[in-house]
Design a protein around this ligand. Structure first.
Ligand SMILES: [Zn+2]
Length: 449
Protein backbone atom coordinates (compact mmCIF):
# COMPACT_ATOMS: atom_id res chain seq x y z
CA UNK A 1 0.00 0.00 0.00
CA UNK A 2 1.80 3.18 -1.17
CA UNK A 3 1.87 6.18 1.07
CA UNK A 4 -0.68 8.91 0.43
CA UNK A 5 0.19 12.55 0.99
CA UNK A 6 -2.00 15.63 1.12
CA UNK A 7 0.52 17.57 -0.90
CA UNK A 8 3.71 16.68 -2.75
CA UNK A 9 6.37 19.20 -3.80
CA UNK A 10 7.93 17.45 -6.74
CA UNK A 11 11.15 17.67 -8.70
CA UNK A 12 13.16 20.20 -6.71
CA UNK A 13 16.49 20.17 -4.94
CA UNK A 14 16.03 20.03 -1.17
CA UNK A 15 18.54 22.10 0.78
CA UNK A 16 19.11 21.72 4.52
CA UNK A 17 21.93 22.76 6.80
CA UNK A 18 23.42 19.31 6.30
CA UNK A 19 23.50 19.20 2.50
CA UNK A 20 21.40 19.09 -0.63
CA UNK A 21 19.76 16.39 -2.71
CA UNK A 22 17.20 15.92 -5.45
CA UNK A 23 14.07 14.89 -3.56
CA UNK A 24 10.32 15.28 -3.36
CA UNK A 25 8.69 16.50 -0.17
CA UNK A 26 5.50 14.80 0.98
CA UNK A 27 3.29 16.73 3.37
CA UNK A 28 0.53 15.33 5.52
CA UNK A 29 -1.51 17.81 7.51
CA UNK A 30 0.84 20.39 8.97
CA UNK A 31 3.90 18.15 8.89
CA UNK A 32 6.52 16.89 6.47
CA UNK A 33 5.88 13.14 6.21
CA UNK A 34 8.58 12.10 3.74
CA UNK A 35 11.58 13.45 1.87
CA UNK A 36 12.69 11.09 -0.88
CA UNK A 37 13.08 10.73 -4.62
CA UNK A 38 9.94 9.93 -6.62
CA UNK A 39 7.29 10.01 -3.91
CA UNK A 40 3.88 8.67 -4.99
CA UNK A 41 1.37 11.39 -5.86
CA UNK A 42 -1.74 9.23 -6.17
CA UNK A 43 -4.40 10.51 -3.82
CA UNK A 44 -2.63 13.81 -3.14
CA UNK A 45 -4.89 16.84 -3.10
CA UNK A 46 -2.17 18.83 -4.70
CA UNK A 47 1.13 18.31 -6.51
CA UNK A 48 3.41 21.32 -6.82
CA UNK A 49 6.04 21.28 -9.53
CA UNK A 50 9.41 22.50 -8.29
CA UNK A 51 11.51 21.34 -11.23
CA UNK A 52 14.66 23.45 -11.48
CA UNK A 53 13.93 25.10 -8.14
CA UNK A 54 15.40 24.90 -4.66
CA UNK A 55 13.31 23.71 -1.74
CA UNK A 56 14.38 25.50 1.43
CA UNK A 57 13.06 25.40 4.99
CA UNK A 58 11.12 28.56 5.82
CA UNK A 59 13.40 31.34 7.01
CA UNK A 60 13.42 32.02 10.76
CA UNK A 61 13.98 35.75 11.20
CA UNK A 62 14.98 36.19 14.84
CA UNK A 63 15.25 39.99 14.82
CA UNK A 64 12.13 42.02 14.02
CA UNK A 65 10.47 45.11 15.51
CA UNK A 66 6.75 45.06 14.69
CA UNK A 67 5.97 48.36 16.40
CA UNK A 68 6.76 50.95 13.73
CA UNK A 69 5.23 51.30 10.24
CA UNK A 70 4.73 47.54 10.07
CA UNK A 71 2.71 46.11 12.94
CA UNK A 72 2.68 42.36 13.64
CA UNK A 73 0.21 41.79 10.81
CA UNK A 74 2.14 43.76 8.20
CA UNK A 75 5.52 42.48 9.39
CA UNK A 76 4.31 38.93 8.86
CA UNK A 77 3.11 39.77 5.34
CA UNK A 78 6.30 41.46 4.18
CA UNK A 79 8.35 38.69 5.85
CA UNK A 80 6.30 35.94 4.18
CA UNK A 81 6.83 37.48 0.74
CA UNK A 82 10.54 37.17 1.48
CA UNK A 83 10.36 33.47 2.38
CA UNK A 84 10.12 33.83 6.16
CA UNK A 85 7.68 31.58 8.01
CA UNK A 86 8.76 32.23 11.60
CA UNK A 87 9.75 35.50 13.25
CA UNK A 88 11.00 36.23 16.74
CA UNK A 89 9.86 39.74 17.55
CA UNK A 90 11.33 42.03 20.16
CA UNK A 91 8.59 42.85 22.67
CA UNK A 92 9.89 46.16 23.99
CA UNK A 93 8.92 47.05 27.55
CA UNK A 94 9.66 50.77 27.68
CA UNK A 95 10.06 52.67 30.95
CA UNK A 96 6.91 52.39 33.02
CA UNK A 97 5.75 49.28 31.14
CA UNK A 98 5.43 45.84 32.70
CA UNK A 99 7.35 43.01 31.03
CA UNK A 100 4.68 40.33 31.46
CA UNK A 101 1.87 42.60 30.23
CA UNK A 102 3.98 43.51 27.20
CA UNK A 103 4.68 39.85 26.36
CA UNK A 104 0.97 38.96 26.63
CA UNK A 105 0.00 41.91 24.44
CA UNK A 106 2.43 40.90 21.67
CA UNK A 107 1.42 37.24 21.98
CA UNK A 108 -2.30 37.97 21.71
CA UNK A 109 -1.76 40.44 18.87
CA UNK A 110 0.26 37.83 16.97
CA UNK A 111 -2.24 35.03 17.51
CA UNK A 112 -4.96 37.24 16.10
CA UNK A 113 -3.14 39.11 13.36
CA UNK A 114 0.07 37.37 12.30
CA UNK A 115 0.21 35.19 9.20
CA UNK A 116 3.43 33.51 10.31
CA UNK A 117 4.43 31.59 13.42
CA UNK A 118 6.28 33.66 15.95
CA UNK A 119 8.13 33.77 19.22
CA UNK A 120 9.13 36.70 21.41
CA UNK A 121 12.20 38.18 23.02
CA UNK A 122 11.61 40.70 25.78
CA UNK A 123 13.37 44.05 25.44
CA UNK A 124 14.10 45.79 28.72
CA UNK A 125 14.42 49.57 28.98
CA UNK A 126 14.15 49.95 32.75
CA UNK A 127 15.86 46.96 34.29
CA UNK A 128 15.72 48.28 37.86
CA UNK A 129 11.93 48.19 37.76
CA UNK A 130 11.51 45.24 35.41
CA UNK A 131 13.97 42.63 36.63
CA UNK A 132 11.70 41.04 39.19
CA UNK A 133 9.32 39.95 36.44
CA UNK A 134 11.93 37.98 34.48
CA UNK A 135 11.51 34.55 36.12
CA UNK A 136 7.79 34.67 35.30
CA UNK A 137 8.54 35.63 31.70
CA UNK A 138 10.04 32.15 31.28
CA UNK A 139 6.63 30.71 32.16
CA UNK A 140 5.18 32.73 29.26
CA UNK A 141 7.69 31.18 26.85
CA UNK A 142 10.17 34.05 26.74
CA UNK A 143 13.74 32.99 27.50
CA UNK A 144 15.77 35.73 25.76
CA UNK A 145 16.11 39.29 27.02
CA UNK A 146 17.62 42.27 25.26
CA UNK A 147 19.17 45.34 26.78
CA UNK A 148 20.90 48.32 25.17
CA UNK A 149 24.46 49.24 26.12
CA UNK A 150 24.00 52.41 24.03
CA UNK A 151 21.44 55.19 23.48
CA UNK A 152 22.06 56.80 26.88
CA UNK A 153 20.64 60.16 25.72
CA UNK A 154 17.49 58.42 24.55
CA UNK A 155 17.28 56.89 28.06
CA UNK A 156 17.31 53.37 26.59
CA UNK A 157 20.69 52.42 28.06
CA UNK A 158 21.23 49.77 30.72
CA UNK A 159 24.35 50.55 32.73
CA UNK A 160 26.86 47.91 33.82
CA UNK A 161 25.28 47.52 37.26
CA UNK A 162 21.94 46.49 35.78
CA UNK A 163 23.49 44.59 32.86
CA UNK A 164 25.29 42.45 35.43
CA UNK A 165 22.00 41.98 37.27
CA UNK A 166 20.14 40.86 34.13
CA UNK A 167 22.93 38.43 33.21
CA UNK A 168 22.86 37.08 36.75
CA UNK A 169 19.09 36.53 36.91
CA UNK A 170 18.70 35.22 33.35
CA UNK A 171 21.78 33.01 33.73
CA UNK A 172 20.27 31.41 36.82
CA UNK A 173 17.09 30.66 34.86
CA UNK A 174 19.06 29.12 31.98
CA UNK A 175 18.08 31.79 29.46
CA UNK A 176 19.95 34.08 27.14
CA UNK A 177 20.76 37.79 27.19
CA UNK A 178 21.05 39.80 23.96
CA UNK A 179 22.94 43.09 24.04
CA UNK A 180 22.93 45.97 21.61
CA UNK A 181 26.66 46.40 22.02
CA UNK A 182 28.01 49.91 21.52
CA UNK A 183 29.56 52.07 24.22
CA UNK A 184 26.73 54.52 24.91
CA UNK A 185 28.34 57.14 27.13
CA UNK A 186 31.47 57.40 24.97
CA UNK A 187 29.24 57.83 21.92
CA UNK A 188 27.26 60.57 23.63
CA UNK A 189 30.43 62.45 24.60
CA UNK A 190 31.72 62.27 21.02
CA UNK A 191 28.38 63.44 19.69
CA UNK A 192 28.45 66.47 22.03
CA UNK A 193 32.04 67.24 21.09
CA UNK A 194 31.47 67.13 17.32
CA UNK A 195 28.26 69.07 17.77
CA UNK A 196 30.20 71.84 19.59
CA UNK A 197 32.76 71.81 16.76
CA UNK A 198 29.93 72.50 14.33
CA UNK A 199 30.02 69.17 12.46
CA UNK A 200 26.69 68.18 10.96
CA UNK A 201 24.98 65.19 12.58
CA UNK A 202 25.41 63.31 9.30
CA UNK A 203 29.14 63.93 9.14
CA UNK A 204 29.62 63.08 12.81
CA UNK A 205 27.48 59.94 12.74
CA UNK A 206 30.05 57.22 12.03
CA UNK A 207 32.80 59.06 13.93
CA UNK A 208 30.72 58.95 17.10
CA UNK A 209 30.12 55.21 16.67
CA UNK A 210 33.51 53.80 15.72
CA UNK A 211 34.01 50.06 15.31
CA UNK A 212 36.32 49.86 18.31
CA UNK A 213 33.53 51.06 20.63
CA UNK A 214 31.34 48.23 19.33
CA UNK A 215 34.18 45.74 19.93
CA UNK A 216 34.69 47.21 23.40
CA UNK A 217 31.05 46.79 24.38
CA UNK A 218 30.98 43.22 23.06
CA UNK A 219 34.14 42.44 25.02
CA UNK A 220 32.64 43.94 28.18
CA UNK A 221 29.37 42.03 27.80
CA UNK A 222 31.31 38.80 27.21
CA UNK A 223 33.33 39.34 30.41
CA UNK A 224 30.22 39.99 32.47
CA UNK A 225 28.34 37.04 30.91
CA UNK A 226 31.26 34.82 31.80
CA UNK A 227 31.09 35.92 35.44
CA UNK A 228 27.33 35.33 35.48
CA UNK A 229 27.60 32.04 33.55
CA UNK A 230 24.89 33.30 31.19
CA UNK A 231 24.55 32.62 27.45
CA UNK A 232 25.06 35.77 25.39
CA UNK A 233 23.69 36.72 21.96
CA UNK A 234 25.10 39.66 20.02
CA UNK A 235 22.54 40.93 17.50
CA UNK A 236 23.53 42.92 14.40
CA UNK A 237 27.33 42.69 14.60
CA UNK A 238 28.45 45.39 12.15
CA UNK A 239 32.22 45.67 12.60
CA UNK A 240 34.93 43.24 11.54
CA UNK A 241 36.89 44.28 14.64
CA UNK A 242 34.05 43.09 16.86
CA UNK A 243 34.63 39.47 15.87
CA UNK A 244 37.92 39.10 17.77
CA UNK A 245 36.45 39.08 21.30
CA UNK A 246 33.71 36.70 20.13
CA UNK A 247 36.27 34.28 18.67
CA UNK A 248 38.34 34.40 21.84
CA UNK A 249 35.35 33.75 24.11
CA UNK A 250 34.29 30.80 21.93
CA UNK A 251 37.76 29.32 22.08
CA UNK A 252 37.53 29.49 25.85
CA UNK A 253 34.29 27.56 25.74
CA UNK A 254 31.88 30.37 26.53
CA UNK A 255 28.37 30.32 25.02
CA UNK A 256 28.33 33.43 22.82
CA UNK A 257 26.24 33.66 19.65
CA UNK A 258 26.71 36.27 16.96
CA UNK A 259 24.23 37.61 14.41
CA UNK A 260 24.72 39.96 11.50
CA UNK A 261 22.28 41.40 8.96
CA UNK A 262 22.25 41.76 5.15
CA UNK A 263 22.69 45.52 5.49
CA UNK A 264 26.02 45.06 7.28
CA UNK A 265 27.14 42.47 4.72
CA UNK A 266 26.27 44.47 1.61
CA UNK A 267 25.93 48.21 2.33
CA UNK A 268 28.49 50.80 3.44
CA UNK A 269 28.61 54.27 4.97
CA UNK A 270 28.54 55.67 1.40
CA UNK A 271 24.81 55.13 1.64
CA UNK A 272 24.60 57.83 4.33
CA UNK A 273 25.55 60.41 1.72
CA UNK A 274 23.04 59.10 -0.81
CA UNK A 275 20.13 58.42 1.51
CA UNK A 276 20.80 60.54 4.61
CA UNK A 277 18.44 59.65 7.48
CA UNK A 278 16.99 56.66 5.61
CA UNK A 279 20.38 54.98 6.11
CA UNK A 280 20.53 55.92 9.79
CA UNK A 281 20.64 52.58 11.55
CA UNK A 282 22.36 51.46 14.72
CA UNK A 283 25.10 50.21 14.71
CA UNK A 284 25.97 52.27 11.63
CA UNK A 285 26.74 51.04 8.14
CA UNK A 286 30.52 50.76 7.93
CA UNK A 287 33.18 50.06 5.28
CA UNK A 288 33.76 47.51 2.49
CA UNK A 289 36.46 46.00 4.74
CA UNK A 290 33.80 45.42 7.40
CA UNK A 291 31.52 43.76 4.82
CA UNK A 292 34.34 41.39 3.91
CA UNK A 293 35.34 40.78 7.52
CA UNK A 294 31.77 39.79 8.37
CA UNK A 295 31.64 37.37 5.43
CA UNK A 296 34.84 35.83 6.77
CA UNK A 297 33.14 35.56 10.17
CA UNK A 298 30.31 33.69 8.45
CA UNK A 299 32.75 31.44 6.60
CA UNK A 300 34.76 30.52 9.70
CA UNK A 301 31.66 30.01 11.88
CA UNK A 302 32.11 33.00 14.19
CA UNK A 303 28.78 34.40 12.99
CA UNK A 304 25.90 32.03 13.61
CA UNK A 305 22.85 33.76 12.20
CA UNK A 306 21.72 36.38 9.69
CA UNK A 307 18.54 38.25 10.64
CA UNK A 308 16.81 41.37 9.39
CA UNK A 309 16.51 43.93 12.23
CA UNK A 310 13.34 45.03 10.41
CA UNK A 311 12.37 48.43 11.84
CA UNK A 312 10.67 50.50 9.11
CA UNK A 313 10.07 54.15 9.88
CA UNK A 314 8.79 57.04 7.78
CA UNK A 315 11.99 58.83 6.78
CA UNK A 316 12.76 61.10 3.86
CA UNK A 317 16.21 61.77 2.45
CA UNK A 318 16.07 65.44 3.43
CA UNK A 319 14.70 64.98 6.97
CA UNK A 320 16.80 66.37 9.83
CA UNK A 321 19.47 63.72 10.37
CA UNK A 322 19.90 64.21 14.10
CA UNK A 323 16.17 64.02 14.81
CA UNK A 324 15.56 61.02 12.52
CA UNK A 325 14.94 57.68 14.22
CA UNK A 326 17.09 54.57 13.72
CA UNK A 327 15.99 51.65 11.56
CA UNK A 328 15.15 50.45 8.06
CA UNK A 329 12.84 47.95 6.33
CA UNK A 330 14.69 44.65 5.90
CA UNK A 331 12.41 41.62 6.45
CA UNK A 332 11.39 40.96 2.85
CA UNK A 333 14.90 41.22 1.40
CA UNK A 334 16.61 39.06 4.05
CA UNK A 335 16.75 35.80 2.08
CA UNK A 336 17.14 37.23 -1.41
CA UNK A 337 19.97 39.65 -0.57
CA UNK A 338 21.85 37.11 1.57
CA UNK A 339 21.46 34.51 -1.16
CA UNK A 340 22.53 36.85 -3.94
CA UNK A 341 25.49 38.35 -2.08
CA UNK A 342 26.50 35.08 -0.45
CA UNK A 343 25.72 32.15 -2.73
CA UNK A 344 25.91 33.79 -6.17
CA UNK A 345 29.26 35.35 -5.27
CA UNK A 346 30.64 32.00 -4.12
CA UNK A 347 31.17 33.19 -0.55
CA UNK A 348 28.92 30.57 1.02
CA UNK A 349 27.28 27.31 0.03
CA UNK A 350 23.55 26.73 -0.06
CA UNK A 351 23.63 24.54 3.09
CA UNK A 352 25.53 27.33 4.89
CA UNK A 353 22.82 29.79 3.79
CA UNK A 354 20.19 27.51 5.30
CA UNK A 355 22.19 27.17 8.51
CA UNK A 356 22.42 30.95 8.87
CA UNK A 357 18.77 31.72 8.10
CA UNK A 358 16.90 28.71 9.44
CA UNK A 359 18.74 25.83 11.11
CA UNK A 360 20.95 27.70 13.56
CA UNK A 361 18.27 30.21 14.62
CA UNK A 362 16.03 27.19 15.27
CA UNK A 363 18.73 25.51 17.33
CA UNK A 364 19.61 28.60 19.39
CA UNK A 365 16.00 29.36 20.29
CA UNK A 366 14.85 25.77 20.79
CA UNK A 367 12.73 25.23 17.65
CA UNK A 368 14.92 22.56 16.06
CA UNK A 369 14.11 20.03 14.55
CA UNK A 370 10.42 21.05 14.47
CA UNK A 371 11.57 24.06 12.48
CA UNK A 372 14.72 24.98 10.58
CA UNK A 373 14.98 21.91 8.36
CA UNK A 374 13.21 19.84 5.72
CA UNK A 375 12.86 16.39 7.26
CA UNK A 376 10.16 13.92 8.22
CA UNK A 377 8.44 15.12 11.39
CA UNK A 378 9.29 18.79 10.89
CA UNK A 379 6.63 21.44 10.42
CA UNK A 380 5.81 21.80 6.73
CA UNK A 381 7.37 25.28 6.47
CA UNK A 382 8.62 25.17 2.90
CA UNK A 383 9.92 27.75 0.45
CA UNK A 384 10.28 27.13 -3.27
CA UNK A 385 13.11 29.36 -4.42
CA UNK A 386 13.91 30.05 -8.06
CA UNK A 387 17.68 30.52 -8.46
CA UNK A 388 17.22 31.72 -12.05
CA UNK A 389 14.68 34.50 -11.36
CA UNK A 390 16.29 37.84 -12.07
CA UNK A 391 14.65 40.89 -10.58
CA UNK A 392 15.32 44.37 -9.31
CA UNK A 393 14.44 45.34 -5.76
CA UNK A 394 12.30 48.46 -5.75
CA UNK A 395 10.24 50.09 -3.06
CA UNK A 396 7.29 49.66 -5.45
CA UNK A 397 7.59 45.84 -5.44
CA UNK A 398 8.03 45.48 -1.68
CA UNK A 399 5.21 44.88 0.78
CA UNK A 400 6.41 46.80 3.83
CA UNK A 401 4.50 49.93 4.81
CA UNK A 402 7.84 51.77 4.70
CA UNK A 403 8.26 54.54 2.14
CA UNK A 404 11.63 53.30 0.84
CA UNK A 405 14.09 50.42 0.67
CA UNK A 406 17.86 50.78 1.04
CA UNK A 407 18.22 48.23 -1.79
CA UNK A 408 16.41 50.37 -4.39
CA UNK A 409 17.70 49.34 -7.82
CA UNK A 410 19.70 46.34 -6.58
CA UNK A 411 19.55 43.56 -9.14
CA UNK A 412 19.25 40.11 -7.61
CA UNK A 413 19.40 36.66 -9.10
CA UNK A 414 17.16 34.29 -7.16
CA UNK A 415 13.94 34.82 -5.26
CA UNK A 416 11.29 32.90 -3.31
CA UNK A 417 8.19 32.09 -5.36
CA UNK A 418 6.02 29.96 -3.15
CA UNK A 419 5.86 29.87 0.63
CA UNK A 420 4.03 27.40 2.82
CA UNK A 421 3.56 27.38 6.57
CA UNK A 422 2.57 24.15 8.30
CA UNK A 423 0.97 22.81 5.13
CA UNK A 424 -0.93 26.02 4.31
CA UNK A 425 0.18 28.13 1.38
CA UNK A 426 0.99 31.74 2.30
CA UNK A 427 2.43 33.04 -0.97
CA UNK A 428 1.65 31.67 -4.41
CA UNK A 429 2.80 33.16 -7.75
CA UNK A 430 3.76 36.37 -6.00
CA UNK A 431 0.29 36.69 -4.45
CA UNK A 432 -0.61 36.59 -0.79
CA UNK A 433 -3.07 33.78 -0.16
CA UNK A 434 -2.47 33.22 3.56
CA UNK A 435 -4.77 34.68 6.18
CA UNK A 436 -4.22 35.71 9.78
CA UNK A 437 -5.58 33.73 12.70
CA UNK A 438 -3.66 30.50 12.15
CA UNK A 439 -0.26 31.51 13.46
CA UNK A 440 1.23 29.65 16.39
CA UNK A 441 2.96 31.33 19.28
CA UNK A 442 6.18 29.38 19.79
CA UNK A 443 7.71 29.57 23.24
CA UNK A 444 11.51 29.66 23.00
CA UNK A 445 13.98 27.51 24.88
CA UNK A 446 17.03 29.63 24.37
CA UNK A 447 20.55 28.34 24.52
CA UNK A 448 19.62 24.77 25.28
CA UNK A 449 21.55 23.44 22.26
ZN1 LIG B 1 16.92 45.64 16.29
Amino acid sequence: MPEVFDLVVQGGVVVTGAGMARADVGVRGETIAAVAADLPTAGARRVVDATGKLILPGVIDVHTHPVYLDDIHHTSITAAFGGTTTTIHYAYARPGMKVLDTIKKFRDDGLENSLTDFGLHAGLFDVANQIEELPQAFELGVTSFKVFMTYAKLKWMTDDYWLMAVLDVVGQEGGLVAVHAENGLATDYLEDKYNRMGLSALDAFTRTRPDVLEAEAINRAIAMAKVADCALYIPHVSAAKALAPIRRAREEGQVVYAETCPQYLTLTEEMLHERGPQAKIGPPLRTPEDNEGLWQGIQDGTIDTVASDHAPKAKRVDDDFFEAPYGSPQAETLLTVTYDAGVNSGRISLPRLVQLLAETPARIFGYYPKKGTIAPGADADVVIFDPTARFTIRHANQHSQANYTLYEGRECLGRPLWVMQRGRVLIEDGQLVGRPGQAQYLPTQAAKT
